[in-house]
Design a binder for this molecule. Structure first.
Ligand code: NAP
Ligand code: MG
Length: 496
């Protein structure tokens, strides 16, 4: 079992359990009785098995969610809903070490990172959304209907939960993506069927246990582990009122098509190819490590990764030199080792995909100044990679690589830069590094992206909406905007 020797006893005990589906508050095997293996990407070992849910399981879970929506969950007060979400946040905090290790074993990310970022951010969104439950409110309106002269009306709106929600999440931040999806839906009063990614089902299942421990009623959150076919059934299901998806733009399109049958509401958080721009007046002591973090954090497996690096001519050599030094110094290893700064990619499929992009860059004439190779050992490791001499038409510049690979380009003129930075089908995020705040705001307002970070990168907060322009998605995660996307508005009009 390789690195498993260093794992906490709580994690070992969890791994040794049988991992079933959470449907109507009960852990149940998949209807077909099948399971699938869960792999540790640091060494390829099988660490446990989970139930292989399919369409029939999704159907049972949707029915449980419908009954909970019409039954117990609709009868619980807003304040009590908030208390339950807060309790869940406390349970996540209390089990933070275990969750962080589990995430590391399942996804490959360094446990020091999941302990410092993924797990506390997951707790935080439940805490933040716990506050919203009691602040969801409508408005009153002055009414002056022209065709009923003399009649007086009293009119107001109420906000009501959308209903039963299907949530489909990816493998890059397994626990955090579950939390970003569940917290606003539950705050709004929806019930959920959650489909974790096949590569990383474990932390969602542990979260399912904590959801039951917190006292959230049976059927409010149902968790069906499985493959894309389970997700497809959820997106297509006639009794699901909304589907919320994070993942590839390609599958996002399939979700939209599947949702058309009953015109369920859809929110999407998709891919990105985010420009990160370093001006000649930037504080390079901030910008160089900032640009390295923008691409190498989570091994580049971030939808918001700063994967297109635009550097002003005057500082180009210094910046490339600086981030090359950082890339070469990053300690790769098993995420369970506290010294590890970068773990393996999540799967062999992703390793092959990232390496084929590196090859395509090489063939197209890009120069590799750092990394560029997979490691000759078990596990799905690839070196942090920097490509220079790239041009806007190259595949590595246009497409999302979803690995620790940055393409760097020079610029001189700010107008040219803005045109090139916006020349992408994506619009998720952007970085701007400059000491001139007027310029920063001007550039920010002209970038077609849902988030711009100025002199920082990868800053996420439960209060701050996150999501994409263009083909990076529909809607926003986090903040008040996320809660609103799980609410319907009802107008009520009464003759006085
Ligand atoms: P993906 O296929 O989009 O997977 C995301 C989720 O959708 C998973 O739970 C997946 O189940 C499910 N799914 C797959 N096919 C489906 C369908 N037809 N209907 C409904 N749900 C479906 O992502 P991937 O294949 O793992 O990764 C491929 C690429 O997507 C990456 O290289 C990256 O470019 C991008 N990506 C983006 C993000 C992001 O945060 N925006 C996250 C992950 C990946 P399975 O687990 O069984 O596939
Ligand atoms: Mg897939």
């Amino acid at each position: 079992m390789g690195s498993i020797g260093t794992v906490h006893s709580t994690v070992r005990s969890f791994l040794s359990q049988s991992h079933q589906l959470l449907i109507n508050g009960q852990w149940q095997p998949a209807a077909g009785g099948k399971t699938f293996d869960v792999e540790n990407p640091a060494n390829g070992d099988t660490i446990t098995q989970v139930a292989h849910g399919g369409a029939a399981d999704i159907d049972r879970a949707v029915q449980a969610a419908r009954e909970a929506f019409e039954g117990p969950w609709s009868k619980i007060s807003a304040s009590e809903r908030g208390r339950l979400l807060w309790k869940l946040a406390e349970l996540i905090d209390r089990n933070a070490d275990e969750l962080a290790q589990l995430e590391s074993l399942d996804n490959g990310k360094p446990m020091t990172v999941s302990r410092a970022a993924d797990v506390p951010l997951a707790a935080d969104i439940f805490r933040y959304m716990a506050g919203w439950t009691t602040k969801i409110s409508g408005k009153t309106f002055p009414i002056s209907v022209p065709y009923t002269p003399g009649s007086e009306y009293f009119a107001y709106t109420t906000k009501e939960p959308v209903g039963v929600v299907g949530q489909i999440i990816p493998w890059n931040f397994p626990l955090l993506m579950a939390a970003w999806k569940l917290a606003p839906a539950l705050a709004a009063g929806c019930t959920v069927v959650l489909k974790p990614a096949e590569q990383t089902p474990l932390s969602a299942l542990r979260l399912g246990q904590l959801i039951m421990e917190a006292g959230i009623p049976a059927g409010v959150v149902n968790i069906v582990t499985g493959y894309g076919d389970a997700g497809a059934r959820l997106a297509q299901h006639p009794d699901v009122d909304k589907v919320a998806f994070t993942g590839s733009t390609e599958v996002g399109r399939l979700i939209v098509a599947a949702a058309a049958g009953n015109l369920k509401k859809v929110t999407l958080e998709l891919g990105g190819k985010s420009p990160n721009i370093i001006f000649d007046d930037a504080d390079l002591d901030l910008a160089i490590p900032g640009a390295a973090n923008a691409i190498f954090f989570n091994h580049g497996q971030c939808c918001a990764a700063g994967s297109r690096l635009y550097i002003h001519d005057k500082v180009y050599d210094k910046v490339i030199d600086g981030i090359t030094k950082i890339a070469k110094s990053i300690q790769l290893g098993d995420g369970i080792d506290p010294k590890t700064q970068m773990g393996p990619l999540v799967s062999r499929e992703q390793l092959d995909r990232v390496c084929s992009y590196i090859e395509s860059g090489r063939k197209a004439g890009a120069k590799i100044v750092a990394g560029g190779e997979r490691l000759a050992q078990s596990g799905y490791f690839v070196q942090p990679t920097i490509m220079t001499e790239t041009t806007p038409d190259m595949q590595v510049v246009r497409e999302e690589i979803f690995g620790p690979v940055v393409v760097a380009m020079r610029f001189h003129d700010a107008e040219d830069l803005l045109r090139i930075a916006n020349d992408s089908e994506y619009g998720l995020a952007a970085g701007i590094w400059t000491r001139d705040l007027k310029k920063a705001h001007q550039v920010s307002s002209r970038l077609r992206a849902g988030t711009t970070w100025i002199n920082c990168y990868n800053i996420f907060d439960a209060a701050l909406p996150f999501g994409g322009y263009k083909q990076s998605g529909w809607g926003r995660e986090m903040g008040e905007e996320a809660v609103n996307l799980y609410l319907e508005t009802k107008s009520v009009c009464l003759l006085k």
